[in-house]
Ligand binder design. Structure first.
Ligand SMILES: *Cc1c(COP(=O)(O)O)cnc(C)c1O
Length: 484
């Protein structure tokens, strides 16, 4: 399998999986995609069903990854998957349990990993892949990132303890939830440096951009990123769409031919883009419902064909903060497919797209394909919706969900009421309620329970340095740490 950039006018796929594993964007500013999506037929699906049942999630991950990776020996790839997806790290043997709420409504539990958010699903695999490939190249990597909460701790928990990897993580001082802070700062590892920046999340991101744009510095210290446009992260997520489909259809008559739909809490379009890939491979997925919060740039696009990047004043700070985005970096992958993989046109639409700008596909015949050929639908919710959904779901089903999952459940109820979808519906749960306690208190009048696996955080030491809003200070910390 070879990979190409979404902005390549020639559509030439020349790179292998490991070529694109550690880099982020393609040099032309595009995102990487495989030259084609391997097609699965009924026999493959039946084989995957047996594999998941008999050998488990890691074996299924290996089977799917091996369709996309041809430069890691098979036994090594299997080992990588087995180390990434253990019952110990994910709390259950299933890794992604799927629970029926009622009738044909299911909850796919993606957030039982080490940091209680779905980002662990991809990041744990990425940690194994990075360590493997860096060792093979006799190289090392210093990951520099900015986080508003979930990504940072998922990256730290995936990368810690790996001899060839350092992590430098910037977060806005005092702005993450208490649980997120306790978790991220609990890691005591000389290769992990948490910096609490005197500023907001955008300031942290600006520092990362500034430091990374110093190319000499970047090369000298082997700086890298683990952001959501990384293809390996997306590929890891394809696996749980297959696992959720298998589990939601389990026991049904003619199960391997039964379609399922998904409702996905969406920010950067990383999670649901993996659903798109699974659907393109031939996994029987009917509808992919994009659920947004008040930051509804994607709901607007999927309803109207107009994509308009929000300004920072138009970007709301909400109670589902991991979906607070002004533009959705992974959308370019879907638009590339929508435009029949026309790299020149994709480049035209996305290159230089900045705040307040956008594009309009409403009058283009391809826009009809969004629903008809690609199965996308969308919906949105508000703070009041989240709070009432959390309360209603707890009352009706006895299940406490986090605010991001509540966004998706609210949209799922709209979809069910509208009669738009007549397949089983899997809502993807993307975080545990314990991460977002204050909204839970508002909804149900009590604190969420702290699961046993996270009880140690209650009195864990904090390993974090306060730092001014200044790229040069961050550079100095990087140099001092790496030359220690
Ligand atoms: C990151 C995140 C999302 C959004 O996922 P995308 O891949 O950015 O669309 C939703 N919910 C939670 C809890 C997250 O951490």
């Amino acid at each position: 399998m070879r990979y190409l950039s979404t902005r390549d006018p020639q559509g030439e796929a020349t790179l292998s999986f490991c070529d694109i594993l550690i880099g982020g964007l393609a040099p032309d500013g595009g995102l990487y995609l495989p030259e084609s999506y391997p097609q699965v037929d009924a026999d493959t699906l039946a084989r995957w069903r047996r594999l998941l049942e008999e050998e488990g999630y890691a074996a299924l991950a290996h089977a799917i990854l091996s369709l996309y990776v041809d430069d890691i020996p098979d036994a090594d790839l299997r080992g990588i998957c087995e180390r990434a997806y253990t019952a110990e790290k994910f709390g259950t043997k299933e890794i992604v349990p799927v629970a029926r709420l009622d009738g044909s409504l299911f909850l796919g539990h993606l957030s039982n990993g080490p940091t209680a958010a779905f980002k662990d699903m991809a990041m744990q695999l990425l940690g194994e892949l990075f360590e493997y490939e860096l060792r093979r190249r006799d190289s090392s990597l210093a990951i520099l990132g900015a986080t508003s909460g979930d990504t940072g701790s998922a990256a730290i928990f995936a990368m810690k303890g790996r001899p060839n990897i350092h992590v430098f993580m910037l977060s806005p001082a005092g702005r993450m939830t208490p649980f997120q802070q306790a978790q991220m700062f609990s890691v005591d590892d000389p290769h992990v440096v948490n910096m609490a920046v005197d500023g907001v999340f955008d300031d942290c991101q600006d520092i990362v951009k500034k430091v990374s744009s110093d190319l000499d510095f970047k090369e000298l210290h082997r700086l890298g990123a683990v952001n959501s446009i990384n293809w390996a992260r997306l590929l890891a997520q394809v696996v749980y769409y297959v696992a959720c489909w298998l589990r939601a259809t389990d026991g049904l008559e003619d199960a391997d031919a039964r379609e399922v739909s998904f409702v996905v809490p969406t920010g950067n379009f990383g999670n649901v883009c993996a659903g798109h890939v699974a659907r393109q491979m031939g996994v029987p997925i009917d509808t992919l419902v994009v659920a947004t919060n008040e930051n509804d740039v994607l709901d607007e696009f999927f309803r109207t064909g107009v994509y308009r990047v929000r300004t920072s004043t138009e970007t709301h700070e909400t109670s589902s903060p991991s979906m607070d985005i002004s533009k959705a970096s992974n959308l370019e992958r879907f638009v590339f497919d929508l435009l029949h993989r026309d790299g020149a046109r994709t480049a035209e639409l996305f290159a230089g797209l900045s705040t307040g700008e956008g594009f309009d596909l409403s009058g283009d015949p391809v826009f009809g394909d969004v629903r008809d050929r690609f199965g996308f639908a969308s919906g949105t919710s508000t703070h009041a919706d989240r709070v009432s959904t959390i309360a209603a779901v707890e009352k009706k089903y006895g299940v406490l969900v986090d605010p991001h999952t509540a966004d998706a459940l609210k949209v799922a109820f709209d979809v069910l009421d509208g009669g738009d979808v007549d397949t089983p519906l899997v809502v993807l749960e993307t975080a545990l309620p314990v991460k977002f306690a204050s909204t839970i208190v508002e909804a149900v009048g009590r604190e969420p329970e702290i699961p046993d696996a996270y009880a140690y955080l209650r009195d864990a030491d904090r390993h974090v340095m306060d730092i001014g809003n200044d790229a040069d200070l961050v550079k100095k910390v990087i140099v001092d740490t790496l030359t220690q």
